[in-house]
Design a protein. Sequence first.
Length: 295
Amino acid sequence: MNFLVIGHSVVDRIQQGNVLQVKPGGIFYTAISLLNFLEKSDKLFLCTTVDKSNYNSFSFIYNKVEQEFIKISEIIPVVNLIIKSSGERDEIYENISEKIELDFTDLNRFGGILVNMITGFDISIEQMQEIRKNFNGLIYFDVHTLSRGVTKDYKRVFRSIPEFFKWAKCIDILQANRYELKTLSSKKNEQDIVNELLKFGVKQVIITKSSEGSILYYMENGNLRSIAQNALQTSTVNKVGCGDVFGAVYFYNYIRNKNVNDALLYANTAAGISTRYLEVKDFLNLKDDVRKQFN
């Protein structure tokens, strides 16, 4: 089966206390997570941009995916991430990439499409509508930084997403954390926001809640149903890329097996395990480490 993943590549400058780390980031985490789980007959097509000066940091993963939609640009965003002991991190950007170019023909060769709005400028609503128009399969959408506006000093701050209903009408499965969820609607209550999204045509709404796990909402026979999954209890050394890992693992396992409970369990477990990974190459062990949890 072929899978298409869309999102910006970025360089992460991660400040946690007195420690500064520079790592490949953005859609990189989605790609490395998916590559862990693919069967031999599967192919991963990555639609992203990367610059020559940073390509070597991404190459050990990007050289393993289909290259058709990878474009070389002059510069990619640098994201300064300030990690806090609790609450959502601060994000300050250097450079804002323009939208990624994508050929909308022959999209139905893919078994699923995952759009991760890494910078919030990855694709436009018009492109999203074209994807939906030309693709009959499942579209997974991670709200991510679409939920944040940009200040004059390039700090990313939460805001209400203008006309999010236009995005929602193109999405089958939507992922957001508890902060991002509040940017999708004028409503305040979690279930009220979810009900609104489902009325727009979203089939599943997944809310990730860090150490509290995750919850998935869907409609069944006209009634709102939910499945909650506790977080994996682990010692945390990393707080970057965990949501991307969650989305990639849920996306793949749900498309393969159409089992909501199993996909949510695997995604939650993988996200929890990723908090143990100090180095990006540790993510190469993800599938094996997830399997160990169930042996």
